[in-house]
Write a protein that binds this ligand. Structure first.
Ligand code: SF4
Ligand code: SF4
Length: 178
């Protein structure tokens, strides 16, 4: 019988799944100057939301990282910001998945897709999922199943999906333009 993953167990497993596979077989950061790591502001950068419990893996905080509160997806959410470069082992799960994201609706099954938030920065987007390394997509698909199987990460995915859909709602929908 399968035992449900704990939230932290799911997090550790998915971080491990995505510790080696990368979007391309070569370092895609060389193609774009690592544009997803270069956000706005004097100190990097837009930041990446941490998955529930992931902040405990950043004690002590690696040099150049900062963690702040961010309630855009979860009331107790945490945003990790960085200086635009890091050791691979320090990358948060969201960075390991980028430019993919896991979408999940209440009561549904997880879906892996290109993250629409990547369009402004990632040159891999126009090639679609077929342009990504199969090993990377396979590991991300497995990660999606693991994350959706643990209560805490499942809740995060549902809320994050709603947030991404809200951010990318059509302009003609009520409230999208002021
Ligand atoms: S923006 Fe896209 S191509 Fe560039 S480093 Fe990030 S994932 Fe790779
Ligand atoms: S944590 Fe690392 S991979 Fe993620 S945006 Fe910062 S430098 Fe890039």
């Amino acid at each position: 019988m399968n035992t449900p993953e704990t939230t932290f167990g799911a997090l550790e497993k998915t971080r491990a799944l995505l510790s080696n596979p990368t979007p391309l077989h070569q370092d895609c950061g060389h193609l774009c100057g690592a544009s997803c790591c270069r956000g706005e502001g004097a100190e990097n950068r837009g930041g990446m939301l941490l998955y529930p419990g992931e902040e405990t893996l950043y004690v002590p905080l690696p040099e150049g990282f900062a963690i702040t509160r961010d309630t855009s997806v979860m009331p107790e959410g945490r945003l990790l910001t960085c200086r635009g470069s890091c050791f691979r082992g320090d990358r948060p799960l969201a960075c390991r998945l980028f430019p993919l994201a896991v979408f999940l609706e209440e009561g549904g099954e997880p879906t892996l897709a290109l993250d629409p938030r990547a369009w402004p920065v990632c040159p891999l987007m126009p090639s679609g999922m077929d342009g990504l390394s199969p090993e990377f997509v396979g590991a991300a698909a497995e990660a999606a199943q693991v994350l959706a199987g643990a209560p805490g990460t499942r809740e995060f995915l549902i809320r994050q999906t709603a947030h991404i859909r809200w951010l990318h709602r059509p302009l003609w929908e009520s409230g999208a333009v002021s």
